[in-house]
Ligand binder design. Sequence first.
Ligand code: GDP
Ligand code: MN
Length: 428
Amino acid sequence: VFLFSVRTLVEEHTVKHYSDKIQSYTNDMLTSSRSTIKQAFTPMTVDEIMVKLKFQKGIYAPGTTKDQIVSDEMSFHEQVLKKKIDEPKGMILRHKEFNDDTYKLANATLLSLVRNKELDGILHAITQIEKNWNQRYHYPMTFINEEEFTEEFKSKVAAAWSGPVYFELIPPEIWNKPSNINPAKEKKGIERLTSMGVQYAGMDSYHNMCRFNSGWFYRLEGLKKFKYYWRVEPDVDFFCRVDYDLFRFMEDNELTYGFTISLYDSPWTIETLWPTTLKFISENPQYVHPNGAFKWLTENQQNPENTKNAQGYSTCHFWSNFEIGDMDFYRGEAYSKWFDSLEDAGGFYYERWGDAPVHSVGLGLFEDKSKIWWFRDIGYHHSPYVNSPNSDKCDDKPGYFAPEDVYDQNCLPNWIKFEMTVEQLERY
Ligand code: GDP
Ligand code: MN
């Protein structure tokens, strides 16, 4: 009954309906949905998984034009973001007083893989996080690089950050291309990507970066002691004040991963990621979580050519230049074994598998989607996309997403409609 009702809501597909209908839900229904999610993890058979990974029921009638779909999705997006919000409701929140020396931080660090030449950009980003959040908490920040940071870099970021700062050098055997990569096959792959117009296709360091961010950063010596991370890139903006402890929020509410923006990806960068993954899960079905984000991963209506060219994967992902996550998820058996199979396949070099789709497919398949949180209250900008809440704590245009010509790249409405419960949507 609950699932049916959610689908009805999705089909009606306006937030107004969403919030009107929630009133009519009985508490019993919400309780039963919660207990469904919490029930023991009984593995599915390969056949059951494959049924879930076939996108069967869309929202739009066949023949609906792309323009119509994109316009409907964007107005939904805007309606959700224009709802006035403050802090999440019905969740455990901790607020540290500025001078409270007894406050217990989570075991966490902010994290930036960054180059010396990006010093100004990273100062731009961390200054805003300081002002809008960290000046209250003084969490540590870890800067990572495959080259030594300069003295200037170290002293300037240390001066801009109120918590401890750490600098971590990536060993070459972690950063560099692994020896199983076949140079002839790699060259052919890069030529193909270049002909498809894929950005950074021929840039070795970009491939290294994507692989490192996908499956290696959390294994660095200096990161082993931490459980939670918050990834920060140069030149991004954080334009809303957040008073509660975001890391304790993850911990206290037993969340695995938090994001702000969800997008489609270029299918040519990940042509074989999905088939490689299907092979892995057909051999290891026990890792697939029955409450995975299957529809978001396989949707095929807004950009059907993406799903086709990525061989069944919608290419929808959490945009990983912002992410707050629990590294123990990546360190766990499911993600680790799956990541090993990705390394064997070599797609970080034969194609240009990005850490965003890799994290997202891993989370969407191997984690309970109720542990994945859309941080609707974090105002975030990485060009050209924005998560822009309607809150007194922000200083930007509520609901703004991006220039119109990239509206079709937005996958957040799919996440909200397919993978969030009404209860979760009502938490802001
Ligand atoms: P884009 O957002 O996909 O265009 O990629 P970016 O250029 O923003 O790179 C993603 C992140 O990786 C940023 O934090 C960069 O600073 C970092 N990054 C990219 N390439 C390198 C590299 O070769 N070395 C280091 N240390 N960091 C890199
Ligand atoms: Mn970037």
